[in-house]
Design a protein around this ligand. Structure first.
Ligand code: NAP
Ligand code: HSE
Length: 432
């Protein structure tokens, strides 16, 4: 058996640079664990003229993907370039040339995971994607290995570093949304197109991946209800605090006798909830199993070295399989057919913020609508605004199903006294 494993790298940006750094800095420990050397032979980049300070000989760089995917010397392809359609065809080309794959690309795995796993299995290749969810937290390995004996019933957490960074800075420093987003981009947390972070799509892709694994069901991104933090105002953060809550972008995947529901949305958590202390780019995921009960995984969810740690650990796993002759054996088809929870079976508390015309009977008119749909309130705050005849109302309901709440909201919007419904968020925890 060869004493060197040869790797091809697709992409040399934030994460790719981190992979080179860890392979170099931890070289001795890695070689000890796998019993051989790791050599980076080729690196695919977009712009060959870009000056790079990562210690890669320019002779190893290429802008032709076939130099990586079809090189008979390359054993493992590490994909850290991002993108979906073009990247999918590049990885299929690599797999069809018997390359093992390690990727950080949740966009790709959430969309084409099933096709990529199947092709890998057919070619007896490994396909690892730990870095695609929650950066440096080994959450995929924990679900697939550590908790594989249990039945997972719920997963809930903060799985996007960029939005958590933005919400933390807005809440703690009163920073402006656009300014903090720029900071997150400069720190290398945000996606090339940060709208996928801000609009919740990145978190939804990660929740799709976790739900497929955790519930062993063939779920798609389209099955996830998604709402991001765009337009979320500092007022909502401050009012949430006044009501005893903290506002976070939370992914929740739940599986019970009614079926599965998966969502990503801004959510009010009681101030003593453990997820409220997860700040900046950090992520945390709760996993509830029938037998184990509640477990929580916490760590950096984005950034160069945390993400590269997950990738190099996957690379080590692949190399161990290569040396043991067990590659391509890790994939298990979903056990269950898709069963989604109907709207009437999804119960949550809701927070609303609205502007109303202040006139006698206004509050009664509104509460009558809610009473019609059997919705009652936990807390209500009314505050004056700069416009004398207008008031701002913040309300938290008791538990209500999505269908009834949607209808009540429709009727509310038709009232003449209601100027605007500005925000509607989920509320977790506290009394039902
Ligand atoms: P990045 O800094 O934008 O780097 C992307 C790299 O890929 C660049 O080197 C770029 O080449 C190259 N590239 C992009 N498209 C290409 C194409 N069509 N052909 C050839 N080369 C191409 O991105 P990143 O932050 O490292 O993220 C990479 C992947 O990791 C993404 O899938 C992302 O979702 C995932 N991820 C990132 C983080 C994070 O914290 N950043 C965490 C977890 C997962 P040039 O250098 O020539 O432009
Ligand atoms: N843009 C992603 C985030 C990178 O902020 O969480 C890690 O997947």
């Amino acid at each position: 058996m060869s004493n060197t494993i040869t790797v091809g790298l697709l992409g040399l940006g934030t994460v790719g640079g981190g992979v080179i750094h860890i392979l170099k800095e931890h070289q001795k420990e890695i070689s000890h664990k796998i019993g051989c050397e790791v050599e980076i032979k080729s690196v695919l980049v977009h712009d060959m003229k870009k000056v790079r300070d990562v210690g890669i000989d320019p002779a190893h760089m290429t802008d032709q993907y076939e130099d990586v995917t079809r090189d008979p010397d390359i054993d493992v392809v590490v994909e850290v370039m991002g993108g979906i359609e073009h990247t999918f065809s590049i990885l299929m080309d690599a797999i069809n040339h018997q390359k093992h794959i390690v990727t950080a690309n949740k966009d790709l795995v959430a969309q084409y995971g099933a096709e990529l796993f199947q092709a890998s299995q057919e070619n007896q290749c490994d396909f690892y994607y730990e870095a695609s969810v929650a950066g440096g937290i080994p959450i995929i390995r924990s679900i697939m290995d550590g908790l594989s004996s249990d039945r997972i019933t719920k997963m809930m957490g903060i799985v996007n570093g960029t939005t958590n960074y933005i919400l933390t800075k807005m809440s703690k420093e009163g920073s402006d949304f656009d300014h903090v987003l720029k900071e997150a981009q400069e720190l290398g947390f945000a996606e090339a197109d940060p709208t996928s972070d801000v609009d919740g799509l990145d978190a939804a892709r990660k929740m799709t991946i976790l739900s497929i694994l955790g519930f062993s069901m063939p779920l798609n991104l389209e099955d996830v209800s998604v709402k991001g933090i765009r337009g979320l105002s500092i007022s909502d953060i401050r009012y949430a605090e006044q009501l005893g809550y903290c506002l976070k972008l939370i992914g929740i995947a739940d599986n019970n006798e009614h079926g599965v529901s998966v969502s990503v949305e801004p959510t009010l958590l009681p101030k003593d909830h453990p997820l409220t202390s997860v700040n900046d780019e950090y992520n945390a995921v709760y996993v509830h199993g029938e037998a184990v009960g509640e477990t929580m995984f916490y760590g950096p969810g984005a950034g160069q070295l945390p993400t590269a740690t997950a990738i190099v650990s996957d690379l080590i796993a692949v190399i161990k399989n290569v040396r043991l002759g067990t590659t391509g054996a890790g994939y298990v088809n979903p056990q269950f057919g898709k069963k989604l929870k109907p709207k009437q079976a999804s119960l949550t508390k809701k927070y609303l913020r609205l502007h109303v015309h202040d006139q006698p009977g206004m509050l009664m008119e509104m509460t009558q609508i809610f009473a019609e749909y059997d919705i009652s309130f936990d807390q209500i705050i009314q505050l004056p605004t700069d416009t004398p005849e207008e008031r701002e109302l913040m309300m938290i309901t008791h538990q209500v199903d999505e269908e009834r709440f949607g209808k009540a909201l429709e009727d509310l919007n038709k009232l003449e006294t209601v100027r605007s419904v500005d925000s509607v968020f989920r509320v977790e925890g506290g009394q039902s």
